[in-house]
Design a protein around this ligand. Structure first.
Ligand SMILES: Cc1ncc(COP(=O)(O)O)c(C=O)c1O
Length: 410
């Protein structure tokens, strides 16, 4: 493709108008919205309002007057529309890791006699850690088994209590078939917890269409909720009365302001909250989610996949280096919205790109990872990024001592 052809695609892009809704520095091509989404301009306004007016002027009255107390359920209900769930099935609470722990524990509690928590080897570390921590707490009642993705479905057996999988893999972007895996688990009597961190706001997702049981996801990637944004969780309606969060806190109580001494859980999704919700962070997240709701997830997914395809094609057409290998599925239908290339100099390559204002990230040991957020990226930018990537090889621009110095966050 020529750059002119990429520009022509931008002129016909139904999502192009969203670019102006974001606060992005000029001269930067941001290929890391899959790690930390940029701020929507509306998030700045919401934060300002939440801080000055609601907090500063309203003070504690804002729990009622500004409806702070409803924010976890309200924002959860909005996220539900992006992931194929009912508003009463999603709530914003805690962080992804904490929610994963909670839901895996809850799924286990529904499966007396079964002890295996099954996941994939190479899953995002926090997912495995949360499960290992849960198993350590439960002693003989639970064990974690992590198998290669190719062996996963066959590994679901009569002892499998719950399968915990990340829908779109954090490194490769490989995408599980949510409906097929859920059906295979159910056929063996197992439940499934889906991690939607790289799914929500990126690709069309139909939790209820897939008969999903439980799901978690973060707010700071494609939902653009800001660094450390609170996470969301989904519990299918059919499980809500039977499960109970393992973290009993007053906000999950049936009547928090009755101040009873004994825990009496709210029997619905509100029982999944633990303590006081982070209102400022929720304000930013709501702005990001509202922006997503202005468009259609199918359009978002189609553009993101097209951008990722364009990047792969333009990098490979330039054939930059014999050691560079695509580490993501080539087939768009099997992928999420980021693309990984493996290379022994992966870290230095990403640093050299960042030095040119093209921001991606590195995932050890050798992955240069680039995300294609559809709401603010153009085809021409992706074309330019691919061209710069190839140039970094031919000019050996990556080969500088400072590009080998590892920062704390890669
Ligand atoms: C698949 C996946 N799960 C979980 C997390 C992080 O969990 P937390 O939001 O608790 O930091 C990430 C972060 O990138 C992720 O990619």
């Amino acid at each position: 493709m020529t750059r002119e052809e990429a520009e022509a695609l931008d002129l016909a892009d139904p999502l192009a108008r969203f670019r102006d809704a974001f606060d992005l520095p000029s001269g930067v091509i941001y290929l890391d919205g899959n790690s930390l989404g940029p701020p929507p301009l509306s998030a700045h306004e919401r934060l300002e309002r939440a801080s000055r007016r609601e907090w500063g002027e309203g003070l504690i009255r804002s729990w009622n007057d500004a409806k702070w107390i409803e924010a976890p359920l309200r924002v959860g209900g909005k996220i539900a529309r992006l992931i194929g769930a009912k508003p009463s099935e999603v709530i914003v609470a805690d962080g992804t890791s904490v929610n994963l722990f909670k839901l895996a524990a809850e799924a286990l509690s529904l499966q007396p006699g079964r002890t295996t928590i099954l996941s994939e080897a190479g899953n995002f570390p926090t997912d495995l850690y949360a499960l290992q921590g849960l198993a350590a707490l439960l002693g003989d009642r639970a064990r974690v088994k992590a198998v290669a993705p190719a062996d996963l479905v066959a590994a679901i057996d009569d002892d499998t209590a719950v399968v915990v999988l990340t829908h779109i893999h954090f490194k490769s972007a490989r995408r599980w078939d949510m409906a097929a895996v859920t059906a295979a688990a159910h056929a063996k009597g197992a439940l499934v917890v889906w991690d939607l961190c790289h799914t929500a706001g990126a690709v069309a997702c139909d939790l209820n269409g897939a008969q999903a049981d439980f799901a978690v996801g973060c707010g700071y990637k494609y939902l653009n909720g800001g660094p450390g944004a609170p996470a969301f969780l989904f519990v299918a309606e059919r499980h809500q009365a039977a499960v109970r969060s393992p973290l009993w806190g007053w906000m999950g109580h049936a009547e928090p302001f009755a101040f009873e001494e004994g825990y009496r859980p709210s029997g619905d999704i509100r029982g999944q909250i633990t303590g006081t919700p982070p209102i400022l962070a929720l304000a930013a997240l709501e702005a990001g989610v509202d922006l997503q709701l202005e468009t259609d997830p199918a359009l978002v997914e189609a553009k993101g996949l097209a951008l990722a395809d364009l990047f792969i094609a333009e990098v490979e057409a330039r054939n930059p280096d014999k050691d560079l290998a695509l580490a993501s599925p080539r087939e768009a239908a099997s992928r999420g919205l980021h693309v990984s290339f493996a290379h022994p100099q992966g870290y230095a390559l990403v640093q050299a790109m960042i030095a040119r204002g093209i921001i991606g990230d590195f995932r050890a040991p050798d992955i240069a990872r680039f995300g294609f957020s559809p709401l603010f990226l153009s085809h021409a930018e992706v074309w330019d990024a691919a061209s710069a990537f190839a140039d970094i090889f031919s000019s050996r621009a990556w080969d500088r001592p400072e590009f080998r110095v590892r920062a704390a966050v890669t």
